[in-house]
Design a protein around this ligand. Structure first.
Ligand SMILES: Cc1cc2nc3c(=O)[nH]c(=O)nc-3n(C[C@H](O)[C@H](O)[C@H](O)COP(=O)(O)OP(=O)(O)OC[C@H]3O[C@@H](n4cnc5c(N)ncnc54)[C@H](O)[C@@H]3O)c2cc1C
Length: 297
């Protein structure tokens, strides 16, 4: 099978790239996502704060996803959901796995919009066991917002970036006891507006220059050891849930080893991590316009 433009990932960036490429005149675009719903991580972000630049309104993630998906539906871009790109080869072919099984596609240009992955607790030198009850912020968000699952009751958050702050508020609103947000740096790592919205009103303690040095528990987490990074003092803190927000890493595994071919472009969080969906989309739009224009000639 063939397509002129293959776009991997139908998040804010992939959809923006597809819309722009279509508007630039490319009429053969296949947009693929392994998830069953378009929007990437947007559908699981129930808080407001999306779309100020693009739509002049503070939308929730799902509302933002709906807007861009509606625009996509007005084009002839083919959207293949529930479809994973398993491999991309240097001869401009890709292997897809979807509802109809495996298929091989030949393409002219590829835009990678595969987002990012979260740094896990395994990336830190933390002693002790690895019991149940430890989630990345994205996992906790997906469990609560998309699957209606419970994460735990007594929660500690490790990392005060925007993801950590947003999850702290959401957990409080869900009736959980957020014991503290732990931060190794000297101050809050997230945007000031998120600190004001998510931490201050709920009086959640933010403990800076502190880290988790050990995990305790056999089947389920029952506590962590906290270490003060200035004094070295340690304390045991009981909790049943640890939510880690340790940073995001651009996801480019799919094209590792391919070098820098002229048919490949990166957009959105797989290029660099964007705090705002609008900025991921704006970057993708510029690339989509260029690539789409070249294919339209
Ligand atoms: C918790 C959180 C809160 C945020 N809050 C805000 C906010 O308030 N306001 C704001 O503007 N922005 C916010 N952002 C940032 C914004 O959501 C992101 O910058 C933007 O949505 C990233 O879009 P993306 O398309 O690059 O990546 P993603 O949305 O991650 O999309 C990538 C897609 O690629 C797919 N994919 C990856 N690999 C493959 C493959 N091999 N085959 C098929 N599909 C694949 C994935 O399934 C995914 O759907 C927030 C982000 C997070 C995580």
């Amino acid at each position: 099978m063939k397509t002129e433009l293959l776009i991997v990932g139908a998040g804010a960036a992939g959809i923006a790239a597809a819309l722009a490429a279509w508007e630039a005149g490319c009429r053969d675009i296949l947009l693929v996502d392994r998830r069953e719903r378009p929007g990437g991580i947007l559908p699981q972000c129930l808080h407001e704060g999306f779309g100020l630049a693009a739509y002049g309104a503070e939308l929730t993630g799902p509302a933002y996803a709906d807007r861009i998906t509606e625009r996509l539906a007005q084009t002839g871009v083919r959207l293949a959901l529930g479809t994973e790109v398993l491999a991309v080869r240097g001869d401009k072919t890709a292997v897809l796995s979807g509802r109809g099984g495996l298929s091989e596609w030949r393409f002219e240009r590829l835009i990678l919009a595969s987002g990012c992955r979260e740094r896990s607790i395994g990336s830190l030198p933390v002693a002790g066991t690895r019991p149940a009850g430890i989630f990345t912020a994205g996992q906790a968000q997906e469990m609560m917002n998309l699957r209606g699952q419970d994460v735990g009751r007594e929660v500690l958050i490790l990392g005060s970036g925007d993801l950590g702050l947003i999850m702290a508020r959401q957990l409080v609103l869900a009736g959980k006891h957020v014991i503290a947000v732990i931060e190794q740096g000297p101050r809050c790592g997230g945007m000031a507006r998120n600190y004001r919205r998510c931490i201050e009103p709920y009086q959640i303690p933010l403990r800076c220059r502190t880290t988790v040095s050990a995990l305790h528990g056999e089947r389920r987490l029952r506590g962590v050891t906290l270490r003060n990074l200035d004094s070295g003092a340690e304390e045991l803190l009981p909790c049943d849930t640890l939510v880690t927000a340790l940073g995001l890493i651009p996801e480019r595994e799919l094209v590792r080893g391919l070098g820098d071919p002229d048919w490949l472009s990166y957009v959105g969080n797989c290029h660099r991590v964007h705090d705002l969906a609008d900025s991921a989309a704006a970057e993708a739009e510029a690339i989509g316009t260029r690539v789409g224009g070249e294919l339209a000639v």
